[in-house]
Design a protein around this ligand. Structure first.
Ligand code: 4NP
Length: 153
């Protein structure tokens, strides 16, 4: 079966979505998913992830240092099968950007995976504990996502 193409989206593409990308790639088997991440904002194009996301990922054995920030583009709505917004504001922005035929690909990440309409909160102005919270939410979501994707095959 072809890998499912998954895009994680947050605001800056330096804190939450690069961490989600790293976690999913780390926990999923190679042929299950193709993962990427992007931001709705363009302030961090070409930047590595935030050092606090790098640190929490490293703590759990995941290297995300090779990732670089990019902005969501029109082509993403064609290329990806599932596009996960980290919070409701990201989802609202994506809904405005995406053409009608791609609206079904857009989901709030924790709604699709855990089944709660909760945001993965923006940790940018938080301390390291904010990044731990984000890590656990993303890890739980990614684990449930993998279970769900494996049921397809
Ligand atoms: P992220 O966090 O959306 O999880 O990457 C942010 C990173 C940067 C900014 C906002 C949120 N910023 O305003 O630069």
């Amino acid at each position: 079966m072809k890998p499912v193409r998954i895009l994680f989206v947050c605001l800056g593409n330096i804190c939450r979505s690069p961490l989600a990308e790293g976690i999913l790639r780390h926990v999923a088997q190679d042929d299950l998913v193709d993962v990427d991440s992007a931001g709705t904002g363009g302030w961090h194009i070409g930047d590595p992830p935030d050092h606090r996301s790098i640190a929490v990922a490293r703590k759990y054995g995941i290297d995300i240092t090779g990732q670089r920030g990019r902005k969501v583009g029109a082509g993403d709505f064609e290329v990806f099968d599932l596009i996960f917004a980290m919070d409701r504001s990201n989802l609202a922005n994506l809904r405005k950007l995406a053409p009608p035929e791609a609206q079904h690909k857009l989901h709030l990440f924790l709604d699709y995976t855990v089944g709660t309409e909760r945001d993965v909160p923006d940790p940018y102005y938080e301390g390291p504990e904010g990044f731990e919270t984000v890590y656990s939410m993303l890890f739980e979501g990614c684990s449930l996502l993998i279970g769900r994707l494996e049921e397809r095959s």
